[in-house]
Design a protein around this ligand. Structure first.
Ligand code: ADP
Ligand code: MG
Length: 567
Protein backbone atom coordinates (compact mmCIF):
# COMPACT_ATOMS: atom_id res chain seq x y z
CA UNK A 1 0.00 0.00 0.00
CA UNK A 2 2.91 2.30 0.77
CA UNK A 3 4.15 1.72 -2.75
CA UNK A 4 0.78 2.72 -4.10
CA UNK A 5 0.88 5.85 -2.00
CA UNK A 6 4.30 6.85 -3.33
CA UNK A 7 2.91 6.64 -6.85
CA UNK A 8 1.24 9.94 -6.09
CA UNK A 9 4.58 11.61 -5.34
CA UNK A 10 5.98 10.77 -8.74
CA UNK A 11 4.75 13.87 -10.61
CA UNK A 12 6.08 16.11 -7.85
CA UNK A 13 9.52 14.68 -7.20
CA UNK A 14 11.21 18.03 -7.96
CA UNK A 15 9.06 19.74 -5.37
CA UNK A 16 9.68 16.90 -2.96
CA UNK A 17 13.47 17.12 -3.16
CA UNK A 18 13.45 20.91 -2.95
CA UNK A 19 11.34 20.77 0.18
CA UNK A 20 13.32 17.92 1.62
CA UNK A 21 16.71 19.53 0.93
CA UNK A 22 15.69 22.82 2.50
CA UNK A 23 14.31 21.03 5.55
CA UNK A 24 17.56 19.12 6.05
CA UNK A 25 19.60 22.30 5.68
CA UNK A 26 17.36 24.13 8.12
CA UNK A 27 17.75 21.30 10.63
CA UNK A 28 21.54 21.44 10.32
CA UNK A 29 21.58 25.20 10.84
CA UNK A 30 19.49 24.73 13.98
CA UNK A 31 22.20 22.41 15.27
CA UNK A 32 25.01 24.72 14.20
CA UNK A 33 23.63 27.55 16.28
CA UNK A 34 24.42 26.21 19.80
CA UNK A 35 27.95 25.33 18.69
CA UNK A 36 28.43 28.87 17.37
CA UNK A 37 27.27 30.23 20.74
CA UNK A 38 29.77 27.98 22.48
CA UNK A 39 32.64 29.35 20.40
CA UNK A 40 31.36 32.86 20.98
CA UNK A 41 31.40 32.56 24.77
CA UNK A 42 34.52 30.44 25.18
CA UNK A 43 36.82 31.94 22.54
CA UNK A 44 35.66 35.31 21.26
CA UNK A 45 34.62 37.09 24.45
CA UNK A 46 37.78 36.17 26.42
CA UNK A 47 39.95 37.19 23.42
CA UNK A 48 38.48 40.69 23.71
CA UNK A 49 38.66 41.31 19.95
CA UNK A 50 35.70 43.54 19.08
CA UNK A 51 36.04 43.40 15.30
CA UNK A 52 36.05 39.63 15.36
CA UNK A 53 33.10 39.59 17.76
CA UNK A 54 31.06 41.86 15.49
CA UNK A 55 31.96 39.70 12.51
CA UNK A 56 30.78 36.63 14.38
CA UNK A 57 27.51 38.38 15.25
CA UNK A 58 27.08 39.25 11.57
CA UNK A 59 27.71 35.57 10.73
CA UNK A 60 25.09 34.42 13.22
CA UNK A 61 22.62 36.90 11.78
CA UNK A 62 23.29 35.52 8.31
CA UNK A 63 22.60 32.01 9.58
CA UNK A 64 19.30 33.20 11.02
CA UNK A 65 18.30 34.93 7.82
CA UNK A 66 19.14 31.91 5.70
CA UNK A 67 17.19 29.72 8.06
CA UNK A 68 14.21 32.06 7.90
CA UNK A 69 14.24 31.75 4.11
CA UNK A 70 14.50 27.98 4.35
CA UNK A 71 11.56 27.89 6.74
CA UNK A 72 9.47 29.81 4.25
CA UNK A 73 10.33 27.36 1.49
CA UNK A 74 9.64 24.34 3.68
CA UNK A 75 6.33 25.66 4.96
CA UNK A 76 5.03 26.85 1.61
CA UNK A 77 6.43 24.34 -0.84
CA UNK A 78 6.02 21.46 1.56
CA UNK A 79 2.34 22.16 1.93
CA UNK A 80 2.14 22.74 -1.80
CA UNK A 81 3.34 19.20 -2.28
CA UNK A 82 0.64 17.96 0.08
CA UNK A 83 -2.14 19.93 -1.56
CA UNK A 84 -1.03 18.87 -5.04
CA UNK A 85 -1.32 15.25 -4.07
CA UNK A 86 -4.63 15.92 -2.36
CA UNK A 87 -6.00 17.70 -5.44
CA UNK A 88 -5.01 14.87 -7.77
CA UNK A 89 -6.69 12.36 -5.51
CA UNK A 90 -9.82 14.44 -5.12
CA UNK A 91 -10.25 14.89 -8.85
CA UNK A 92 -9.78 11.16 -9.37
CA UNK A 93 -12.21 10.29 -6.60
CA UNK A 94 -14.86 12.60 -8.06
CA UNK A 95 -14.40 11.35 -11.60
CA UNK A 96 -14.58 7.77 -10.47
CA UNK A 97 -17.56 8.36 -8.20
CA UNK A 98 -19.62 9.69 -11.09
CA UNK A 99 -19.06 6.55 -13.11
CA UNK A 100 -20.29 4.18 -10.43
CA UNK A 101 -23.55 2.44 -11.13
CA UNK A 102 -27.03 3.08 -9.78
CA UNK A 103 -26.70 -0.12 -7.77
CA UNK A 104 -23.83 1.50 -5.84
CA UNK A 105 -25.71 4.71 -5.08
CA UNK A 106 -28.75 2.67 -4.01
CA UNK A 107 -26.66 1.54 -1.04
CA UNK A 108 -24.20 4.30 -0.18
CA UNK A 109 -24.90 7.15 2.24
CA UNK A 110 -24.32 10.63 0.90
CA UNK A 111 -22.71 12.00 4.08
CA UNK A 112 -20.08 9.27 4.06
CA UNK A 113 -19.43 9.86 0.40
CA UNK A 114 -18.85 13.55 0.98
CA UNK A 115 -16.51 12.84 3.90
CA UNK A 116 -14.40 10.66 1.62
CA UNK A 117 -13.89 13.33 -0.94
CA UNK A 118 -13.24 16.04 1.64
CA UNK A 119 -11.89 15.13 5.09
CA UNK A 120 -10.25 11.83 4.35
CA UNK A 121 -8.26 13.44 1.56
CA UNK A 122 -7.26 16.33 3.79
CA UNK A 123 -5.75 13.85 6.23
CA UNK A 124 -3.88 12.21 3.39
CA UNK A 125 -2.59 15.58 2.17
CA UNK A 126 -1.26 16.33 5.64
CA UNK A 127 0.56 13.05 6.01
CA UNK A 128 1.85 13.29 2.43
CA UNK A 129 3.67 16.45 3.37
CA UNK A 130 4.56 15.98 7.04
CA UNK A 131 5.23 12.27 6.91
CA UNK A 132 8.51 12.02 5.05
CA UNK A 133 9.73 15.50 5.81
CA UNK A 134 9.01 15.99 9.51
CA UNK A 135 9.75 12.44 10.47
CA UNK A 136 13.13 12.44 8.76
CA UNK A 137 14.10 15.89 10.04
CA UNK A 138 12.96 15.06 13.56
CA UNK A 139 15.03 11.91 13.66
CA UNK A 140 17.99 13.73 12.14
CA UNK A 141 17.87 16.59 14.66
CA UNK A 142 17.33 14.19 17.52
CA UNK A 143 20.35 12.06 16.65
CA UNK A 144 22.44 15.07 15.61
CA UNK A 145 21.74 16.95 18.84
CA UNK A 146 22.59 13.91 20.90
CA UNK A 147 25.92 13.43 19.11
CA UNK A 148 26.82 17.06 19.73
CA UNK A 149 25.81 16.72 23.38
CA UNK A 150 28.04 13.66 23.68
CA UNK A 151 30.83 15.63 22.09
CA UNK A 152 30.43 18.47 24.59
CA UNK A 153 30.16 16.28 27.66
CA UNK A 154 29.50 12.55 27.86
CA UNK A 155 28.28 12.49 31.47
CA UNK A 156 25.79 15.28 30.93
CA UNK A 157 24.54 13.69 27.73
CA UNK A 158 23.65 10.56 29.65
CA UNK A 159 21.77 12.58 32.23
CA UNK A 160 19.74 14.06 29.37
CA UNK A 161 19.02 10.76 27.66
CA UNK A 162 17.51 9.30 30.83
CA UNK A 163 14.60 11.65 30.41
CA UNK A 164 13.82 10.57 26.84
CA UNK A 165 11.69 7.50 27.63
CA UNK A 166 9.58 9.56 30.03
CA UNK A 167 9.05 12.27 27.43
CA UNK A 168 8.33 9.74 24.71
CA UNK A 169 5.79 8.03 26.95
CA UNK A 170 4.16 11.35 27.80
CA UNK A 171 3.83 12.49 24.21
CA UNK A 172 2.59 9.20 22.84
CA UNK A 173 0.12 8.85 25.69
CA UNK A 174 -1.28 12.28 25.02
CA UNK A 175 -1.08 11.77 21.26
CA UNK A 176 -3.30 8.72 21.51
CA UNK A 177 -5.81 10.50 23.71
CA UNK A 178 -5.81 13.46 21.34
CA UNK A 179 -6.61 11.20 18.38
CA UNK A 180 -9.53 9.67 20.21
CA UNK A 181 -10.97 12.99 21.27
CA UNK A 182 -10.65 14.38 17.74
CA UNK A 183 -12.39 11.38 16.32
CA UNK A 184 -15.25 12.02 18.73
CA UNK A 185 -15.38 15.65 17.61
CA UNK A 186 -15.49 14.66 13.94
CA UNK A 187 -18.38 12.33 14.53
CA UNK A 188 -20.24 15.10 16.38
CA UNK A 189 -19.65 17.46 13.48
CA UNK A 190 -21.06 14.75 11.22
CA UNK A 191 -24.28 14.56 13.29
CA UNK A 192 -24.56 18.28 13.17
CA UNK A 193 -24.22 18.45 9.41
CA UNK A 194 -26.80 15.77 8.86
CA UNK A 195 -29.24 17.59 11.12
CA UNK A 196 -28.62 20.91 9.43
CA UNK A 197 -28.96 19.44 5.97
CA UNK A 198 -32.22 17.73 6.86
CA UNK A 199 -33.76 20.73 8.53
CA UNK A 200 -32.87 23.09 5.72
CA UNK A 201 -33.84 20.55 3.06
CA UNK A 202 -37.14 19.84 4.81
CA UNK A 203 -37.79 23.38 6.00
CA UNK A 204 -41.19 23.39 4.29
CA UNK A 205 -42.24 20.35 6.27
CA UNK A 206 -40.77 21.73 9.49
CA UNK A 207 -42.71 24.97 9.18
CA UNK A 208 -45.87 23.35 7.91
CA UNK A 209 -46.01 21.27 11.08
CA UNK A 210 -44.80 24.25 13.14
CA UNK A 211 -42.10 21.98 14.55
CA UNK A 212 -39.36 24.60 14.78
CA UNK A 213 -39.12 24.27 18.56
CA UNK A 214 -38.78 20.50 18.26
CA UNK A 215 -36.02 20.85 15.66
CA UNK A 216 -34.28 23.48 17.78
CA UNK A 217 -34.39 21.08 20.71
CA UNK A 218 -32.75 18.32 18.67
CA UNK A 219 -30.16 20.73 17.38
CA UNK A 220 -29.44 21.98 20.88
CA UNK A 221 -28.74 18.42 21.94
CA UNK A 222 -26.24 17.91 19.11
CA UNK A 223 -24.71 21.28 19.80
CA UNK A 224 -24.23 20.42 23.47
CA UNK A 225 -22.69 17.07 22.57
CA UNK A 226 -20.29 18.85 20.27
CA UNK A 227 -19.37 21.30 23.02
CA UNK A 228 -18.73 18.47 25.45
CA UNK A 229 -16.52 16.68 22.93
CA UNK A 230 -14.53 19.82 22.29
CA UNK A 231 -14.11 20.52 26.00
CA UNK A 232 -12.81 16.99 26.50
CA UNK A 233 -10.29 17.61 23.74
CA UNK A 234 -9.19 20.91 25.23
CA UNK A 235 -8.76 19.26 28.62
CA UNK A 236 -6.42 16.71 27.10
CA UNK A 237 -4.62 19.43 25.21
CA UNK A 238 -4.19 21.52 28.35
CA UNK A 239 -2.80 18.55 30.25
CA UNK A 240 -0.41 17.80 27.44
CA UNK A 241 0.82 21.38 27.10
CA UNK A 242 1.46 21.89 30.79
CA UNK A 243 3.02 18.47 31.42
CA UNK A 244 5.27 18.75 28.39
CA UNK A 245 6.38 22.19 29.49
CA UNK A 246 7.03 20.94 32.99
CA UNK A 247 9.03 17.98 31.66
CA UNK A 248 11.18 20.18 29.44
CA UNK A 249 11.96 22.65 32.22
CA UNK A 250 12.63 19.87 34.70
CA UNK A 251 15.23 18.43 32.35
CA UNK A 252 16.83 21.83 32.05
CA UNK A 253 16.90 22.25 35.82
CA UNK A 254 18.50 18.86 36.30
CA UNK A 255 21.03 19.62 33.59
CA UNK A 256 21.72 23.03 35.16
CA UNK A 257 22.47 21.44 38.51
CA UNK A 258 24.75 18.77 37.04
CA UNK A 259 26.25 21.20 34.53
CA UNK A 260 27.02 23.81 37.19
CA UNK A 261 28.83 21.12 39.17
CA UNK A 262 30.89 20.18 36.12
CA UNK A 263 31.72 23.82 35.36
CA UNK A 264 32.88 24.34 38.98
CA UNK A 265 35.05 21.25 38.75
CA UNK A 266 36.47 22.66 35.53
CA UNK A 267 35.28 19.75 33.43
CA UNK A 268 32.97 21.92 31.30
CA UNK A 269 33.41 25.42 29.88
CA UNK A 270 30.76 28.12 30.31
CA UNK A 271 30.17 28.15 26.56
CA UNK A 272 29.80 24.39 26.51
CA UNK A 273 27.30 24.68 29.33
CA UNK A 274 25.09 27.18 27.46
CA UNK A 275 25.42 25.26 24.18
CA UNK A 276 24.38 22.10 25.99
CA UNK A 277 21.27 23.76 27.38
CA UNK A 278 20.35 25.04 23.92
CA UNK A 279 20.92 21.60 22.43
CA UNK A 280 18.60 20.07 25.01
CA UNK A 281 15.78 22.00 23.38
CA UNK A 282 16.75 20.81 19.89
CA UNK A 283 16.98 17.31 21.34
CA UNK A 284 13.58 17.18 23.03
CA UNK A 285 11.47 19.04 20.49
CA UNK A 286 11.65 16.32 17.80
CA UNK A 287 10.04 13.87 20.20
CA UNK A 288 6.87 15.89 19.93
CA UNK A 289 7.17 16.04 16.14
CA UNK A 290 7.70 12.31 15.91
CA UNK A 291 4.70 11.75 18.16
CA UNK A 292 2.62 14.09 15.98
CA UNK A 293 3.52 12.18 12.84
CA UNK A 294 2.85 8.89 14.57
CA UNK A 295 -0.52 10.26 15.57
CA UNK A 296 -1.24 11.54 12.06
CA UNK A 297 -0.17 8.31 10.43
CA UNK A 298 -3.16 6.07 11.29
CA UNK A 299 -5.56 8.78 10.16
CA UNK A 300 -3.72 9.18 6.87
CA UNK A 301 -3.59 5.44 6.37
CA UNK A 302 -7.27 5.02 7.17
CA UNK A 303 -8.13 7.86 4.81
CA UNK A 304 -5.97 6.40 2.07
CA UNK A 305 -7.55 3.01 2.55
CA UNK A 306 -11.01 4.46 2.16
CA UNK A 307 -9.84 6.38 -0.89
CA UNK A 308 -8.43 3.20 -2.44
CA UNK A 309 -11.64 1.38 -1.64
CA UNK A 310 -13.59 3.99 -3.59
CA UNK A 311 -11.15 4.06 -6.50
CA UNK A 312 -11.13 0.26 -6.59
CA UNK A 313 -14.91 -0.07 -6.64
CA UNK A 314 -15.55 -1.19 -10.19
CA UNK A 315 -18.73 0.18 -11.72
CA UNK A 316 -21.15 -2.76 -12.14
CA UNK A 317 -21.88 -1.39 -15.55
CA UNK A 318 -19.04 -0.29 -17.78
CA UNK A 319 -17.94 -0.54 -21.39
CA UNK A 320 -16.87 -4.02 -22.38
CA UNK A 321 -13.55 -4.41 -24.21
CA UNK A 322 -15.28 -4.66 -27.62
CA UNK A 323 -17.96 -2.03 -26.96
CA UNK A 324 -18.79 -0.06 -30.07
CA UNK A 325 -19.81 3.55 -30.30
CA UNK A 326 -23.14 3.84 -32.09
CA UNK A 327 -24.29 6.81 -34.14
CA UNK A 328 -27.88 7.89 -34.28
CA UNK A 329 -30.02 4.76 -34.16
CA UNK A 330 -33.49 4.24 -35.64
CA UNK A 331 -34.92 3.16 -32.32
CA UNK A 332 -36.18 -0.38 -32.91
CA UNK A 333 -36.21 -1.89 -29.42
CA UNK A 334 -36.30 -5.59 -28.83
CA UNK A 335 -36.67 -6.86 -25.29
CA UNK A 336 -35.86 -10.56 -25.39
CA UNK A 337 -36.73 -12.73 -22.36
CA UNK A 338 -35.43 -10.04 -20.02
CA UNK A 339 -35.24 -10.72 -16.27
CA UNK A 340 -33.86 -8.61 -13.48
CA UNK A 341 -34.00 -8.21 -9.69
CA UNK A 342 -32.33 -5.71 -7.36
CA UNK A 343 -31.63 -8.54 -4.93
CA UNK A 344 -30.66 -11.95 -6.31
CA UNK A 345 -33.63 -13.91 -5.02
CA UNK A 346 -36.26 -11.22 -5.67
CA UNK A 347 -37.08 -10.92 -9.38
CA UNK A 348 -38.71 -7.61 -10.24
CA UNK A 349 -38.78 -8.07 -14.01
CA UNK A 350 -39.56 -11.62 -15.08
CA UNK A 351 -38.98 -13.01 -18.55
CA UNK A 352 -40.34 -10.06 -20.51
CA UNK A 353 -40.34 -10.10 -24.31
CA UNK A 354 -41.52 -7.20 -26.43
CA UNK A 355 -40.66 -5.65 -29.79
CA UNK A 356 -41.14 -1.94 -30.44
CA UNK A 357 -40.96 -0.49 -33.96
CA UNK A 358 -39.05 2.72 -34.68
CA UNK A 359 -41.34 5.67 -34.04
CA UNK A 360 -43.93 3.58 -32.19
CA UNK A 361 -45.39 4.72 -28.87
CA UNK A 362 -45.95 2.01 -26.29
CA UNK A 363 -47.56 2.67 -22.93
CA UNK A 364 -46.89 0.63 -19.79
CA UNK A 365 -49.57 0.47 -17.14
CA UNK A 366 -50.06 -1.52 -13.96
CA UNK A 367 -50.24 -1.19 -10.22
CA UNK A 368 -47.53 0.69 -8.37
CA UNK A 369 -44.61 -1.66 -7.77
CA UNK A 370 -45.39 -3.79 -10.84
CA UNK A 371 -41.88 -3.14 -12.17
CA UNK A 372 -42.59 -0.59 -14.92
CA UNK A 373 -39.86 1.87 -13.94
CA UNK A 374 -37.44 -0.97 -13.39
CA UNK A 375 -38.11 -2.47 -16.82
CA UNK A 376 -37.55 0.82 -18.61
CA UNK A 377 -34.38 1.59 -16.63
CA UNK A 378 -32.89 -1.52 -18.22
CA UNK A 379 -33.03 0.07 -21.68
CA UNK A 380 -30.41 2.78 -20.95
CA UNK A 381 -28.59 0.03 -19.00
CA UNK A 382 -28.83 1.67 -15.60
CA UNK A 383 -28.93 -1.88 -14.27
CA UNK A 384 -27.66 -5.10 -15.79
CA UNK A 385 -30.05 -7.86 -16.85
CA UNK A 386 -29.78 -11.12 -14.94
CA UNK A 387 -30.82 -13.01 -18.08
CA UNK A 388 -32.12 -12.27 -21.54
CA UNK A 389 -31.13 -9.33 -23.72
CA UNK A 390 -32.22 -5.91 -24.86
CA UNK A 391 -31.30 -4.90 -28.41
CA UNK A 392 -31.68 -1.59 -30.17
CA UNK A 393 -31.57 -1.75 -33.98
CA UNK A 394 -30.41 -5.32 -33.48
CA UNK A 395 -27.38 -4.41 -31.35
CA UNK A 396 -27.24 -5.68 -27.77
CA UNK A 397 -27.04 -2.67 -25.42
CA UNK A 398 -24.14 -4.39 -23.66
CA UNK A 399 -22.13 -4.15 -26.87
CA UNK A 400 -22.54 -0.39 -27.15
CA UNK A 401 -20.37 2.22 -25.51
CA UNK A 402 -22.43 3.44 -22.55
CA UNK A 403 -22.06 7.06 -23.46
CA UNK A 404 -23.25 6.51 -27.02
CA UNK A 405 -26.15 4.34 -25.83
CA UNK A 406 -27.35 6.98 -23.42
CA UNK A 407 -27.09 9.65 -26.06
CA UNK A 408 -29.88 7.75 -27.90
CA UNK A 409 -32.34 8.00 -25.03
CA UNK A 410 -34.16 10.94 -23.49
CA UNK A 411 -35.86 10.50 -20.14
CA UNK A 412 -38.53 12.63 -18.51
CA UNK A 413 -39.48 11.55 -15.02
CA UNK A 414 -41.99 12.61 -12.45
CA UNK A 415 -39.36 14.11 -10.18
CA UNK A 416 -37.32 16.54 -12.22
CA UNK A 417 -33.94 17.39 -10.79
CA UNK A 418 -32.81 20.92 -11.56
CA UNK A 419 -29.39 22.28 -10.70
CA UNK A 420 -29.02 25.58 -8.88
CA UNK A 421 -28.16 27.69 -11.95
CA UNK A 422 -30.23 29.59 -14.49
CA UNK A 423 -33.06 28.38 -16.73
CA UNK A 424 -30.71 28.42 -19.72
CA UNK A 425 -28.07 26.34 -17.91
CA UNK A 426 -30.67 23.85 -16.81
CA UNK A 427 -32.09 23.43 -20.29
CA UNK A 428 -28.59 23.22 -21.79
CA UNK A 429 -27.98 20.17 -19.61
CA UNK A 430 -29.71 18.34 -22.45
CA UNK A 431 -26.82 19.18 -24.74
CA UNK A 432 -23.94 21.14 -23.26
CA UNK A 433 -22.76 22.65 -26.54
CA UNK A 434 -26.17 24.02 -27.53
CA UNK A 435 -26.26 27.60 -28.75
CA UNK A 436 -28.39 30.26 -27.13
CA UNK A 437 -30.80 30.08 -30.08
CA UNK A 438 -31.18 26.35 -29.78
CA UNK A 439 -31.88 26.69 -26.06
CA UNK A 440 -34.51 29.34 -26.70
CA UNK A 441 -36.11 27.20 -29.39
CA UNK A 442 -36.20 24.12 -27.13
CA UNK A 443 -37.78 26.23 -24.39
CA UNK A 444 -40.38 27.44 -26.85
CA UNK A 445 -41.24 23.94 -28.03
CA UNK A 446 -41.56 22.83 -24.41
CA UNK A 447 -44.21 25.55 -23.94
CA UNK A 448 -41.94 27.58 -21.68
CA UNK A 449 -42.18 30.73 -23.83
CA UNK A 450 -44.95 32.36 -21.85
CA UNK A 451 -43.23 31.78 -18.53
CA UNK A 452 -39.90 33.08 -19.82
CA UNK A 453 -41.59 36.28 -20.98
CA UNK A 454 -42.97 36.84 -17.51
CA UNK A 455 -39.68 36.16 -15.72
CA UNK A 456 -37.67 39.36 -15.23
CA UNK A 457 -34.47 37.90 -16.62
CA UNK A 458 -35.94 35.34 -18.98
CA UNK A 459 -33.59 32.48 -19.68
CA UNK A 460 -31.06 33.95 -17.24
CA UNK A 461 -33.40 33.70 -14.27
CA UNK A 462 -31.82 31.72 -11.46
CA UNK A 463 -34.08 28.84 -10.47
CA UNK A 464 -32.88 28.43 -6.86
CA UNK A 465 -31.57 25.28 -5.26
CA UNK A 466 -33.03 22.27 -7.04
CA UNK A 467 -35.35 24.63 -8.86
CA UNK A 468 -37.46 25.58 -5.82
CA UNK A 469 -38.71 28.78 -7.44
CA UNK A 470 -40.51 26.80 -10.16
CA UNK A 471 -43.79 24.93 -9.93
CA UNK A 472 -44.01 21.21 -10.67
CA UNK A 473 -45.43 21.87 -14.13
CA UNK A 474 -42.70 24.40 -14.92
CA UNK A 475 -39.95 22.05 -13.83
CA UNK A 476 -41.55 19.36 -15.97
CA UNK A 477 -41.35 21.65 -18.97
CA UNK A 478 -37.67 22.35 -18.31
CA UNK A 479 -37.15 18.58 -18.44
CA UNK A 480 -39.07 18.44 -21.72
CA UNK A 481 -36.96 21.29 -23.12
CA UNK A 482 -33.84 19.31 -22.19
CA UNK A 483 -35.20 16.37 -24.15
CA UNK A 484 -35.98 18.56 -27.17
CA UNK A 485 -32.43 19.83 -27.10
CA UNK A 486 -31.01 16.35 -26.80
CA UNK A 487 -33.24 15.21 -29.66
CA UNK A 488 -32.80 11.45 -29.12
CA UNK A 489 -34.39 8.71 -31.24
CA UNK A 490 -35.80 7.03 -28.12
CA UNK A 491 -37.85 8.65 -25.40
CA UNK A 492 -38.83 7.34 -21.98
CA UNK A 493 -41.59 9.15 -20.11
CA UNK A 494 -41.99 7.83 -16.58
CA UNK A 495 -45.21 9.22 -15.11
CA UNK A 496 -44.00 12.56 -16.40
CA UNK A 497 -47.25 14.35 -15.68
CA UNK A 498 -48.83 12.39 -12.85
CA UNK A 499 -47.95 14.93 -10.16
CA UNK A 500 -49.77 17.68 -12.02
CA UNK A 501 -53.35 18.86 -11.99
CA UNK A 502 -55.44 17.86 -15.00
CA UNK A 503 -55.39 21.34 -16.56
CA UNK A 504 -51.60 21.65 -16.42
CA UNK A 505 -51.32 18.06 -17.50
CA UNK A 506 -53.35 18.73 -20.60
CA UNK A 507 -51.10 21.59 -21.62
CA UNK A 508 -47.92 19.70 -20.97
CA UNK A 509 -49.34 16.67 -22.73
CA UNK A 510 -49.31 18.64 -25.96
CA UNK A 511 -45.64 19.43 -25.54
CA UNK A 512 -45.01 15.77 -24.81
CA UNK A 513 -46.95 14.71 -27.90
CA UNK A 514 -44.74 17.02 -29.98
CA UNK A 515 -41.68 15.57 -28.33
CA UNK A 516 -42.80 11.98 -28.98
CA UNK A 517 -43.32 12.63 -32.70
CA UNK A 518 -40.94 10.59 -34.88
CA UNK A 519 -39.35 8.92 -31.87
CA UNK A 520 -39.75 5.52 -30.32
CA UNK A 521 -41.54 6.38 -27.10
CA UNK A 522 -41.99 4.24 -24.02
CA UNK A 523 -44.41 5.88 -21.64
CA UNK A 524 -45.41 4.86 -18.16
CA UNK A 525 -48.84 6.27 -17.51
CA UNK A 526 -50.62 6.80 -14.26
CA UNK A 527 -53.82 8.28 -15.64
CA UNK A 528 -55.17 6.06 -18.38
CA UNK A 529 -56.87 8.99 -20.10
CA UNK A 530 -53.46 10.21 -21.28
CA UNK A 531 -52.76 7.09 -23.33
CA UNK A 532 -55.97 6.75 -25.29
CA UNK A 533 -54.15 7.30 -28.58
CA UNK A 534 -50.94 5.34 -28.14
CA UNK A 535 -50.12 2.56 -30.59
CA UNK A 536 -50.02 -0.18 -28.01
CA UNK A 537 -50.59 -0.66 -24.30
CA UNK A 538 -48.72 -3.18 -22.16
CA UNK A 539 -50.27 -4.15 -18.84
CA UNK A 540 -47.82 -5.34 -16.18
CA UNK A 541 -48.39 -7.25 -12.97
CA UNK A 542 -45.64 -8.36 -10.61
CA UNK A 543 -42.91 -8.02 -13.18
CA UNK A 544 -44.73 -9.81 -16.00
CA UNK A 545 -46.71 -8.71 -19.02
CA UNK A 546 -50.30 -9.84 -18.58
CA UNK A 547 -51.98 -8.09 -21.51
CA UNK A 548 -51.12 -6.14 -24.66
CA UNK A 549 -53.32 -4.34 -27.14
CA UNK A 550 -54.91 -1.03 -28.07
CA UNK A 551 -57.01 0.95 -25.63
CA UNK A 552 -60.29 -0.22 -27.14
CA UNK A 553 -59.18 -3.81 -27.49
CA UNK A 554 -58.12 -4.04 -23.87
CA UNK A 555 -61.26 -2.39 -22.58
CA UNK A 556 -63.43 -4.74 -24.61
CA UNK A 557 -61.52 -7.70 -23.29
CA UNK A 558 -62.57 -6.87 -19.73
CA UNK A 559 -59.35 -8.13 -18.14
CA UNK A 560 -56.63 -6.52 -16.01
CA UNK A 561 -56.71 -3.28 -17.99
CA UNK A 562 -60.45 -2.90 -17.66
CA UNK A 563 -60.11 -3.38 -13.92
CA UNK A 564 -57.41 -0.66 -13.78
CA UNK A 565 -59.66 1.64 -15.79
CA UNK A 566 -62.56 1.13 -13.45
CA UNK A 567 -60.41 1.82 -10.38
P1 ADP B 1 -43.40 0.68 -10.73
O1 ADP B 1 -42.62 1.65 -11.53
O2 ADP B 1 -44.21 -0.24 -11.56
O3 ADP B 1 -44.23 1.33 -9.69
P2 ADP B 1 -40.83 -0.11 -9.74
O4 ADP B 1 -40.13 -0.64 -10.94
O5 ADP B 1 -40.50 1.24 -9.30
O6 ADP B 1 -42.41 -0.27 -9.96
O7 ADP B 1 -40.58 -1.09 -8.53
C1 ADP B 1 -40.70 -2.49 -8.65
C2 ADP B 1 -40.18 -3.15 -7.38
O8 ADP B 1 -38.79 -2.94 -7.26
C3 ADP B 1 -40.81 -2.59 -6.12
O9 ADP B 1 -41.07 -3.66 -5.26
C4 ADP B 1 -39.74 -1.67 -5.55
O10 ADP B 1 -39.82 -1.68 -4.14
C5 ADP B 1 -38.46 -2.32 -6.02
N1 ADP B 1 -37.42 -1.31 -6.27
C6 ADP B 1 -37.51 -0.24 -7.06
N2 ADP B 1 -36.35 0.45 -7.10
C7 ADP B 1 -35.50 -0.21 -6.29
C8 ADP B 1 -34.12 -0.01 -5.91
N3 ADP B 1 -33.41 1.02 -6.38
N4 ADP B 1 -33.57 -0.90 -5.07
C9 ADP B 1 -34.27 -1.95 -4.61
N5 ADP B 1 -35.55 -2.19 -4.92
C10 ADP B 1 -36.18 -1.34 -5.76
MG1 MG C 1 -42.55 3.74 -11.31
Amino acid sequence: MLKRFFEYYRPWMGLFWLDFGCAVLSGLLELAFPIAVQGFIDKLIPAGNWTLTLLAVAGLTAIYLINAGLMFVVTYWGHKLGINIETTMRARAFEHLQRLSFSYFDKVRTGKMVARVTRDLEDIGEIAHHGPEDLFIAIMTFVGAFCLMLWINVQLAFVAIVIVPAMAFLTSYYGGRMTRTWRAIYSKIGNFNVRLEETVGGIRVVQAFANEAHEAQLFKRDNAAYRAAKLAAYRVMAGSVSLTYMGMRLVQVVIMVFGAGLVLKGELTEGGFVAFLLLTGAFLRPIEKIAAVIELYPRGVAGFQRYCELIDTKPDIADGPDAKSVDRLNGAIEIDHASFGYATDMPVVQDISLSVEPGETVAFVGASGAGKTTLLSLVPRFYELTSGAIRIDGIDVRDMKLESLRRQIGIVQQDVFLFGGTMAENIAYGRLDATRDEIAQAAHRARLGELLERLPEGLDTVVGERGVTLSGGQKQRVAIARAFLKNPPILILDEATSALDTETERRIQRALDDLAKDRTTLVIAHRLATIRNVDRIVVMEEGRIVETGSYEELLAKGGAFARLDAA
